[in-house]
Design a protein around this ligand. Structure first.
Ligand SMILES: NC(=O)c1ccc[n+]([C@@H]2O[C@H](COP(=O)([O-])OP(=O)(O)OC[C@H]3O[C@@H](n4cnc5c(N)ncnc54)[C@H](O)[C@@H]3O)[C@@H](O)[C@H]2O)c1
Length: 316
């Protein structure tokens, strides 16, 4: 049976599938030729990440297709309801990248409190001529330890962030409308573990009490953080968005950065992705990454293996 991994799949995923008798094709076929390729090669499983679109037209063009797999979480690029209506099995790997996103949140947080985003811009330009001035301007950093992290959205990624925060000595508050209490177990390298019970904090309280706020909700119709929310926050709060563009009002964020209400922001996702606004890209108080939260080698391996295991169990 043939599987086309049109946006790629890890070597571990390919090897597991091949060991179980599947033929894996990793050619990246252009969107407009995909229907023809799938049908003429009798591909029965199509694996995508976020680049390939699996819409009604493509589904209609591939009557032999039995399975569509998304490596990652969001299914926005797949017409899941239509595929299922046509009898196609749809799978994804929602948990595979949670740890990777959580670590990126901490990369932005640790970078934020020590001005790494700005030092890395200015050291190449002035590090040799103005070393002492730069040393002085970045010399009033803060520690994360002992500070309060507010997590809005406490699903897989929010909880992975909380575990890192607890390990870093932070106080953790969370808000999630569907969760009252969450028990988190931190497992350590030598088999020891510690379990924490956390109770929900209402959103307004979290906004007022947090030194840093990170958002881990799915795509929303309304902003989760806008002017009203920024106004409630502590002066000098740090904000992270590694969830979705459109979760934070970027205009209100820039205003809050300008007024020093927010001291820095870490952003992996943008309202106008894939062309983020210039005033976001050029802002000296924003730490920037190009939507790479889930993009680690370890997450790619887990995604490949999880997809392969689901495919094997579905077809066998
Ligand atoms: N940066 C990246 O590369 C990257 C990678 C993977 C996932 N993500 C994004 O991370 C986000 C979270 O993913 P996840 O796997 O943790 O999802 P999840 O479904 O496990 O958890 C989301 C949680 O948010 C809660 N929620 C929904 N609306 C809310 C609101 N208005 N206020 C507070 N809580 C709310 C839900 O109840 C749920 O518990 C998604 O938007 C996903 O697209 C980003």
């Amino acid at each position: 049976m043939k599987i086309l991994a049109n946006d790629g799949i890890s070597a571990k995923g390919i090897s597991l599938l091949e060991k179980n008798g599947f033929k894996v094709m990793t050619t990246t076929v252009a969107q407009n030729q995909l229907g023809n390729f799938i049908t003429s090669n009798n591909v029965q499983g199509l694996l995508v990440r976020s680049a390939t679109k699996v819409d009604k037209d493509l589904i209609d063009a591939c009557p032999n297709l039995k399975l569509i797999g998304r490596g990652g979480v969001g299914m926005d690029n797949i017409d899941v309801a239509y595929a299922q209506q046509k009898g196609i099995h749809v799978i994804n790997t929602p948990a595979a990248s949670s740890k990777s996103v959580a670590e990126l949140v901490f990369a932005h947080l640790y970078g934020g409190v020590r001005f790494l985003y700005d030092a890395n811009r200015n050291m190449p330009l002035e590090g040799d001529s103005k070393f002492k001035q730069l040393k002085k301007s970045y010399g009033n950093g803060k520690e994360l330890s002992g500070k309060t992290l507010g997590i809005i959205g406490f699903g897989r990624i929010g909880q992975a962030v909380a575990k890192l925060a607890l390990g870093a000595g932070m106080k953790v508050l969370f808000f999630d409308p569907v969760l009252d209490e969450v028990s988190l177990t931190l497992s350590f390298f030598d088999g020891q573990s510690v379990t924490f019970n956390l109770l929900r904090t209402e959103k307004e309280e979290l906004l007022k009490a947090s030194d840093f706020i990170t958002v881990h909700v799915p795509a929303q119709k309304k902003y989760v953080l806008g002017k009203k929310e920024f106004d409630l926050m502590k002066d000098g709060v740090g904000i992270i968005n590694a969830a979705r563009g459109g979760v934070i009002d970027e205009v209100a964020l820039v205003d809050a950065l300008e007024s020093n209400k927010v001291s820095f922001a870490g952003m992996d996702v943008y309202e106008s992705e894939p062309r983020p606004e210039i005033r976001i890209l050029m802002h000296p108080k924003i730490s920037l990454t190009p939507h790479i939260g889930g993009a680690t080698n370890e997450a790619q391996d887990r995604i490949g293996i999880e997809l392969a295991e689901q495919i094997i169990s579905y077809f066998k």
